[in-house]
Design a protein around this ligand. Sequence first.
Ligand code: ADP
Length: 178
Amino acid sequence: MARTQPNIIVTGTPGVGKTTHCEMLAERTGLRHVSINQIVKDKECHEGWDDEFGCWIVDEDKLLDAMEDEAKVGGSIIDWHACDLFPESWIDLVVVLRVDSTTLYDRLAARKYPEAKLQENLDSEIMEVLLQEARDSYAEQMVVELQSNTSDDMDSNVDRIEQWIMQWRKDNAEGASA
Ligand code: ADP
């Protein structure tokens, strides 16, 4: 069955603005903000807590099982700092948010990240790890890189993604020719 609502991934290094963007988009478009951290925790899709990295050790098979029904229906804005585990057939757009190192440093320091974890995330952003992961995992035309340094950036990103969603809905409405 074809989806009548798109599924979108919003990804990027911790602190780039994924949650903020997803919340604004969900409010404006009525799509669901799907926080993977929350699902992993609530549905216990993990093999325990990793003390060193301060995150859950995700059981990817369990996570995909937990998400499959919703993914088929469509309408999810998936918020996570990884993207390569979701099958390409589930996804319509991958947004990779990017940020300058000094801005990211300030945001992670405000979250009181330990120095090692902060440095690791800064390195990851500078080396474009998430952008590369997205490009390696999805067709080129599905991946969009957007800057998230200022609130003006955020407003224009949300406008742009909202426009894309409206166009997708028109193109995929029942009766629209492919
Ligand atoms: P993530 O979900 O990627 O970890 P958050 O959405 O939690 O990031 O954002 C981290 C912090 O940075 C929040 O305090 C948020 O308000 C701020 N922030 C994120 N994006 C922007 C932006 N484009 N302009 C200004 N502040 C931002």
